[in-house]
Write a new protein. Sequence first.
Length: 162
Amino acid sequence: MATSLVPGNRTHLMTFKEKVYKKCVESVNDKITLMQTVLNDLTVGAENDSKSSAGDKHETARAMMQMEHEKISRQLDEMLLQKSVLERMDFPKQVPVVTLGSLVKTDTIFLFVSIALGKIMVDGISVIALSPQSPLGEKLMGLHTGDDAEMNGVSYTIEKIL
């Protein structure tokens, strides 16, 4: 696997798994920042709107903004939960079976058993970040190198567990 120097630490080379983990953390942090910005904008918009209008249209607009605020708040809570899962992962530990934090190299793709982020690109390589509670994640948990997991008619043979 490709490695690169970790900024500020010339003695440690970053593994591909560390890069995948870092990309997941960056992605979650970016989503959290975006949601916090949207929530702030909605709050400011609601404050400004309440100073300037009255009537049925105003009440409808306020209700819509409140519903959007609640929806974004739920999404933010989910992202914060995903961030806490990443922070609790004991990811440098190498184990012979697929567990939370495993980077699984299959015959077709890399799978990072962590949180449900979907496809991410790391060093030009596609990696699917999936939760252990997802259908494929559940099938992978506890498997060893050489084992197969099948999902929707597609078979994944585990070549390596990192």
